[in-house]
Write a protein that binds this ligand. Structure first.
Ligand SMILES: *Cc1c(COP(=O)(O)O)cnc(C)c1O
Length: 336
């Protein structure tokens, strides 16, 4: 990465299989009669730890190790891809992992939760309302308990989205620059799902540091545009405090584009249109999306093309952020 000399990149572990593939969705593009749709395959960033979270965790876990932690604590929904990735990477690095999950313990563990359990992570299940009202306390009390046992734990925020985790997608922006050059394209937009904001924060910052001004359009799968505007600014400020003390980057000049309208029935819930687009892409291209994140973002991409948002575009890039295992938590909808 060629970055301004006043900016000192964070330490990074090599855990993901990078660079991830980048290719054209030939048959899908033809079926759309619109711009060419390219895909960045971060769903292929590894096997069991696939998806976008491993990129952020390469930096966050490097910090945990250099801080002398032997335990990591993190949190998320029952089918959190972030928690699954953290639990598996912790096992890979010989760290203990504590997961604080939102939702009651299901009778049968499936998808990501099944994998969490396989790693031997200590899993706490908390009823949704209780989780929402007490999350900070739950994280701190888990950390205190570890400390009393003579160990040291790092708390990793939801989605590993903070100033440290932002490096994962700063680095990915440099990878994308290469992908564009190799394919001789200069895309009109990059589209991806946003949930805890870290992918969008890193990618937007990475584009700026790269002097590659491809607009990033993030499709929110929860909350609203204002939430992400605030969240990205928080993450950027945290990043600047840690790595850009001379403030060479003007954070106020960074663009934040959120495409609203695709949350559907709510976070983690999907309508028939999402399952439909997942099936279409699986059939035409052999690419598997998920109902919680990438299915909604891809539906957003298709709908926005239909209503003319990208009417002058020749090339558009979809960033596939992973999530394959959560499909198994939607077995009933798939078997309807
Ligand atoms: C977490 C996640 C996202 C959202 O990324 P954030 O960095 O949390 O905004 C998108 N897609 C998948 C599959 C995810 O697991």
């Amino acid at each position: 990465m060629q970055i301004h000399e006043a900016i000192k990149p964070a330490q990074c572990l090599s855990l993901a299989l990078l660079p991830t593939p980048f290719h054209l969705l030939e048959r899908f593009s033809a079926s759309l009669e619109g711009p060419r749709i390219w895909i960045k395959r971060d769903d292929l960033s590894e096997c069991s730890t696939s998806g976008n979270k491993i990129r952020k965790l390469e930096y966050v876990l490097a910090k945990a190790l250099s801080d002398g932690c032997d335990t990591v604590i993190t949190c998320g929904g029952l089918q959190s891809n972030h928690c699954r990735t953290t639990a598996i990477l912790a096992a890979r690095l010989g760290l203990k992992c504590i997961l604080i999950l939102r939702g009651n313990r299901p009778n049968v563990l499936t998808g990501n939760t099944l994998l969490d359990d396989l790693t031997g992570a200590e899993i706490q299940f908390h009823e949704t309302k209780y989780y929402q009202e007490n999350l900070t306390e739950l994280l701190f009390s888990a950390q205190q308990k570890v400390l009393k046992q003579g160990a040291k734990a790092m708390i990793i925020p939801t989605g590993a989205s903070d100033g440290v985790g932002a490096w994962g997608y700063i680095k990915a922006a440099f990878e994308l620059k290469n992908d564009f050059q190799e394919n001789g394209i200069s895309p009109a937009a990059i589209i991806h799902a946003t949930g805890s904001g870290g992918t969008q924060a890193g990618l937007t910052l990475g584009m700026h540091l790269n002097k590659l001004y491809t607009p990033i359009h993030a499709v929110n799968v929860c909350d609203d545009a204002q939430y992400f505007k605030d969240k990205l600014k928080d993450d950027w400020q945290h990043w600047q405090q840690l790595y850009d003390p001379q403030k060479t980057v003007d954070l106020n000049a960074l663009p934040i584009n959120v495409i609203e309208g695709y949350v559907g029935p709510g976070y983690g819930k999907a309508g028939a249109d999402v399952f439909e687009i997942i099936k279409t892409l699986a059939q035409l291209e052999g690419v598997i999306l998920d109902p919680c994140y990438t299915g909604k973002a891809f539906l957003g991409l298709v709908e926005e093309i239909r209503i003319g948002r990208f009417k002058d575009a020749n090339d558009i890039v979809f960033l596939h952020t992973g999530g394959i295992f959560s499909n198994f938590a939607y077995i009933e909808q798939y078997n309807k």
